[in-house]
Design a protein around this ligand. Sequence first.
Ligand code: ADP
Length: 490
Amino acid sequence: MSNSTKSGLTRRGLLGGLGAGAGVMSLAALTPVQAALLPEPETSESYDLVVIGSGLAGCAAALEAALGGAKIVVLEKASQARMGGNSFLAGGSFSLPISDTAEAHAHYVEDYDKYTLGRGNTEIFALMAEHIHRDVAWLQENGIEVLPAVDRPPNRVSTATVAPGSFAGMPVLFRRMRARLEELGVKFAFDTKARQLIMDEAGAVVGVRAVGRQGVADYRGRSVVIATGGYAGNTQLLEAYSDPNAGALMVRGIKHATGDGLLMAQGAGAGLKGMGGLMALHIAAVDGVETAAGQPAAVVPYAVSINREGRRFVDESLGYVSHGKAVLNQPGQMTTLVFDQSIRDSVAEGVISTFNRLGLTVHQADTLEELAGIVGLPAEQFAQTVEAFNAAVDNGAAPGANPPKRTLASRIETAPFYAFSPLVPGITLTFGGIMINESAQALEADGRVIPGLFAAGEGAGAVFFQDYIGGGSMTNCLVMGRIAGREAAA
Ligand code: ADP
């Protein structure tokens, strides 16, 4: 707790004007830098396919291509103990259409379009809808257990979580994935950072020049899949593209997410898309210390979120990304998520057991006044806020509340009362990335295909914009990773 308070104070001090400077972003930071070229190395290995990144997208690409008989190397700049990138830290839920029918597919795409303000990648949403049921079954065929899907109202989306459950499944997935890939003959080069794409006279990508423990080495292939994830760990990119103050935001994931793949692809002529402004960031309000799993996403739409002044400030039913972004503009950039026993019984049990497993406090009190004392809220204003909210709840909505809650509203009235507090905003994902087509081929800004270059996952496709529906990023990585692997090995 003292850690979280300390980092919270530093962050608040730095973030005074987040969003205010977006119009004056530093052009200097966007000027391409002429990279010094690495020397041609003595070591050169040849494969059918070179995959950069061992997260979910890279593994899905490698598995698909390996099952087709391709000879593959996966380059990973982290050590083998850190295989899996940000995917390793994910909750481990895939979003799926509620059933595998054309109508449910259409609803899924419509809901993703709505959340992304019509500026996400509809073609990729359609591919996700079409493939994800089959692709989850494919994971199971390859030894990765996934729990049955659960509907996620108010969206027409369900989620299926990697066993044994939320924030516990991804380490298991990566253990099994690695064993399966090695069984199929895939080679992993850990501690090996891809630095440059190698191109031939025809302008096609034919390999990767990388730096590993033994120095520079070339990994030649008929094609290359970039699956290097996002750029949340790259302060310069965040400040240049998202907001001059975004570099001060807490980052939930790995330090390796530095946008290397985006920059390498750009160097080979690829266009980037969806990088600008805070719309390009997924921000969630999380525990300040356990920033990955200390995230009560499933509870947010049902609870009331209360700022330091004791007031609500957002329609919680919009989901945890809208909520996380709204916290950016609250006093002290923190919030308290409050719910009662009935909400605990219906939706909060899973999150509470994750918090308990991590040793995080779930505050509990018999009265709202007592709860206010424990979490440091102004008791009188807090009581008034809850009273006014409760009075406005009518038939599952609270349109007259301030601010209104359009759905999933229930009165906070059954003791004991609970709170996750304080929660602070942190960057989960970056949404912008390498332009790709439906075959995961990298594109130049004018739409030309770059032969031999494929990209998938968090850093490709500019799939989401402003917001998303939980589970979407995992689904994108699996579906587009698999497509990239198939097309790149073809
Ligand atoms: P995704 O969710 O899109 O699969 P992840 O963040 O899970 O992305 O995985 C990306 C992986 O790529 C991480 O393990 C990261 O360490 C690795 N990576 C990033 N840049 C490089 C690079 N230049 N060379 C090798 N591996 C890289």
